[in-house]
Structures are given as structure tokens and as C-alpha cells.
Design a protein around this ligand. Structure first.
Ligand code: UDP
Ligand code: MG
Length: 259
């Protein structure tokens, strides 16, 4: 039993950011316990050290949470292409949920086969798997700005992300970029992109479009209601679309020192 009212876990990145060199988990107690109790807790939880909030307060408040942009849009709406351009123009780390999942397949991880069969069907991989991959990627990056491409794909994805990653970045993204593209244009682009993907065929595309409409649009509505969505018409050439994206990120830069 821990007799103190509140305590918090600081994980991974934060610990590194505030300069503690020991590994992963830290328990921070609101008040300093008596020394022998403190030792017992430390031992029971197998922690490298115990700190009080007082000890780490300054360090914790000086940590800047990363700037998170979710990039959404249907299959072939240009998320990946535009993210690559944003990443190089504005120094933002690009994390593609789909690419992280495909890496799991090619590295033959335990979940690889399951992921492969779900992607082939155009369905959504269990949130736990995707969120953990994103979480790991954020934690192991030194970047302070991230584009999360193609995630969250459902309300369930969104809620899982809030639950698992919130301590690291807070529960909400700073911005949601939505590439709005007509269906026939998306189909044309996906069929023409020739990347050898198991889901870039007409049967799977039809399923992915249905999944997008049924499960992903509600996520966009959720963030719209919170005033977070910036919708960009994704018709036109890569350069034309990037011009609009560039304007948005330039204005962010002016508004809050984004880059
Ligand atoms: N996927 C998923 N969860 C995610 C991202 C992707 O389940 O958060 C799966 C899903 O089956 C999707 C496929 O990976 O259809 C490809 O996603 P990606 O974002 O790479 O495709 P894009 O929309 O860019 O064509
Ligand atoms: Mg993509």
C-alpha cells in the first residue's frame, strides 16, 4: 500500500529529458516519505530511485511536450507524400502508422502475420499494436515535432492513443491536417502508385474507402468540433497542394515558434 495521495510515473523520454540517466521508470511521490518506507517502496517496485515532486518540480515544468500533428485523409489522398515534404521543409519528424506496421511485417515480428492479414483486408489493426509502435517511435526520437500520418483511423484508435500516450504528449494533438480528396481521384492514385503493396488493388481499396468513411470520418468530426482540424483540398498537383500546406506551417511558425 502506498499511503500518499498522488504520485506519477515519468516514462522514457521525460526521464531522459530531465537528465536522469537510469532506465525507464521513475516513481515520484508528492511528499517525501520516511526513509525506511521509501526504501521499502523502492525495493518492492524495483525502482532505481525515488524522488519527491519537490525535487523534480523545476525539471518537470521545463520539459516541453512535443508538437503533434495527426495527418488524416483517405487512401491515396496524399498524406505520405505531403508529410515527406513538410518533414524536409520544417524539420518535423514523420511517423507513418502504415509504414510502422509494414516494418513489423517485414521484420517478421510476432504480430507480423496478423498485421499482414488485416492490412490485406483493408481493416484496422488492433489499437494496442499500432499505439505501442507509435509510442516507441516517439520515445526513441529526439524530435520535438511529429507528423503522425494515417492515425488515428477510428474512435477506438484515438481513445487508445489518449490512454497510452497521454503522459508523454497530453491527450490531444495540436493540429489535425485533413486531406480531402474525391474518391475517384484516390482510387486512381492508389492504383497508379506501384509500390508493390498488398492492399493497393481494387478490391482492397473499395474496403479501405468504406472503412475510412465509417470509422475515420468520425475522428475528423471529433477534432473538428474542437477546432483542431485544418482541411486542405487534396485535388491538384503535389506542388499545388504543398503550397497550401506550406502556408499553414509557415503561419504556425510565426504564431508559436513552431520551427
Ligand atoms: N493501418 C491500421 N492502422 C493505422 C494505420 C494503418 O490498421 O493506424 C492499416 C490499415 O489496414 C490501412 C493500412 O494499414 O488500410 C495502410 O495504411 P496507410 O496509412 O499506409 O495507407 P494509405 O492511407 O497511406 O494508403
Ligand atoms: Mg500513406
Amino acid at each position: 500500500m502506498i499511503p500518499w495521495r498522488s504520485w506519477s510515473w515519468l516514462i522514457g523520454k521525460q526521464c531522459q529529458a530531465i537528465g536522469f540517466s537510469f532506465s525507464d521508470n521513475l516513481l515520484i511521490l508528492e511528499q517525501a516519505p520516511l526513509l525506511f518506507v521509501s526504501k521499502q517502496i523502492q525495493h518492492a517496485l524495483n525502482l532505481p530511485a525515488l524522488f519527491t515532486t519537490e525535487t523534480v518540480k523545476d525539471a518537470v515544468t521545463s520539459i516541453r511536450r512535443p508538437f503533434i500533428t495527426f495527418v488524416l485523409g483517405g487512401p491515396g489522398s496524399g498524406k505520405g507524400t505531403q508529410c515527406a515534404r513538410i518533414a524536409s521543409a520544417f524539420g518535423v519528424a514523420h511517423l507513418s502508422a502504415g509504414d510502422l506496421l509494414r516494418e513489423e511485417i517485414s521484420s517478421k515480428s510476432t504480430n507480423g502475420e496478423l498485421i499482414r492479414s488485416i492490412i490485406k483486408e483493408g481493416k484496422i489493426v488492433p489499437s494496442e499494436i499500432t499505439v505501442n509502435l507509435i509510442h516507441k517511435a516517439i520515445k526513441s526520437s529526439t524530435a520535438d515535432k511529429f507528423l503522425i500520418d494515417g492515425f488515428p483511423r477510428s474512435e477506438e484508435n484515438r481513445i487508445a492513443f489518449e490512454r497510452i500516450v497521454s503522459f508523454l504528449i497530453g491527450v490531444e494533438p495540436d493540429l489535425v491536417l485533413f486531406f480531402d480528396c474525391p474518391e475517384e481521384e484516390m482510387v486512381k492514385r492508389v492504383l497508379g502508385r506501384n509500390q508493390g503493396r498488398i492492399d493497393d488493388n481494387i478490391e482492397t481499396i473499395k474496403k479501405r474507402l468504406k472503412v475510412f468513411e465509417k470509422l475515420n470520418l468520425p475522428v475528423i468530426s471529433y477534432y473538428s468540433a474542437k477546432g483542431k482540424v485544418h482541411k486542405i483540398s487534396a485535388k491538384g498537383s503535389v506542388d499545388e497542394i504543398f503550397e497550401k500546406v506550406h502556408q499553414l506551417f509557415s503561419s504556425l511558425k510565426e504564431a508559436n515558434g513552431f520551427a
